[in-house]
Design a binder for this molecule. Structure first.
Ligand code: NDP
Length: 308
């Protein structure tokens, strides 16, 4: 079979989104403020927060990073959230997940002022999104929509199948695709005959958290496959099943050097042979997430300051 998929690179699209956001910021007559709150010492969270703060600075957003100790109580964190809710100079608040065990994530997220909820996780924003109203939408699925639209992939009338039903990716992805007039099916771990359903998808979104889970048999010939997954693979034999000759050597070298390589939820070797369009990991959806956070911060500021 011919290796034919067009690779939808997230890099150029993320740069375009950031450029547009920077232009919008330049003409505002106030300075935007984004505050990121991190609790504890989760290594991945530290990297994510670092990226968010750095990108804010690049685009001219005043960013603030509040780092609280791992033993912070829920009451202490809620006090910080209350202060940020009350501050007029803070347009966006992001509480980096996961939070330590003693803190109830949902309780904290509900305490955020929905107008400042740039992650789009507050029930008010979730509700608005599902009603098709203007809402701050979660950044990763919003990034998927940007990739599809800016790559000229038609969504209206197409059958979009999402594997995964999390509040962060799967469910909001379904709402956003529905808003774009796709016919949407959501699959999950209890779905029966998964392959039968996914192989009917014009647009297949994988948000599962299992490396290389989506195989050629899951994909309709000519489909667009969007891989949201981010997983580490350290087994060289497994890597040989996932990557074709254009990538394998580099991936094996990465495993050798760093102990693992980043892999999505889709088997890229097989997806490239069946799909017409495919987002790579890394270099695909992941790059859009921070860009969409910046876009949400501008949107939050415009909506809130209009009514202040
Ligand atoms: P969750 O673990 O919250 O959800 C995974 C979903 O996959 C669940 O709905 C689960 O079903 C479903 N699932 C698990 N196994 C199967 C199976 N065998 N068949 C069908 N469905 C299955 O993960 P997230 O949504 O938070 O993340 C998904 C992936 O996306 C991860 O790899 C994560 O790292 C990545 N991610 C990437 C981001 C980015 O910026 N690119 C941002 C956020 C996440 P059930 O509900 O029944 O358990």
């Amino acid at each position: 079979m011919k290796n034919s998929a067009r690779i939808l690179s997230g890099a150029q699209i993320a740069e375009a989104v950031k450029r547009e956001v920077a232009e919008e910021i330049k003409i505002l007559d106030y300075r935007l403020g984004l505050t990121v709150v991190r609790v504890g010492e989760d290594a991945a969270s530290a990297v994510y927060v670092g990226n968010k703060v750095k990108t804010s600075a690049e685009l001219g957003i005043r960013s603030e990073h509040i780092h609280l100790p791992a033993k912070t109580s829920q009451a202490e964190l809620l006090r910080v959230v209350d202060e940020l809710n009350a501050r007029a100079d803070v347009d966006g608040i992001l509480v980096q997940l996961p939070l330590p065990k003693q803190i109830d994530e949902n309780f904290v997220l509900e305490r955020l002022n929905p107008e400042k909820d740039v992650d789009g996780f507050h029930p008010v924003n979730v509700g608005r999104l599902s009603q098709g109203q203007t809402a701050l939408a979660p950044c990763t699925p919003a990034g998927v929509i940007e990739i599809l639209k800016r790559s000229g992939i038609e969504i209206a009338g197409k059958h979009a199948v999402i594997i995964g039903r999390s509040n962060i990716v799967g469910k909001p992805m379904a709402m956003l695709l529905l808003q774009e007039n796709a016919t949407v099916t959501i699959c999950h771990s209890r779905t029966v005959n998964l392959t039968e359903i996914t192989s009917q998808a014009d647009i297949l979104v994988a948000a599962i958290g299992r490396p290389g889970f989506v195989r050629g048999e899951h994909i309709k010939t000519g489909a667009t496959v969007v891989d949201v997954g981010i997983n580490n693979v350290s087994d060289a034999d497994f890597a040989r099943e996932l990557f074709d000759e254009t990538e394998l050597e580099k991936r094996l070298a990465t495993i050798e050097k760093r102990g693992s390589t980043l892999v999505g939820d889709v088997n890229p070797k097989e997806a490239k042979m069946k799909a017409a369009n495919f987002t790579p990991v890394p270099g695909g959806v992941g790059l859009l997430t921070v860009a969409m956070l910046m876009k949400n911060t501008v949107q939050a500021a415009k909506m809130r300051r209009k009514t202040d």
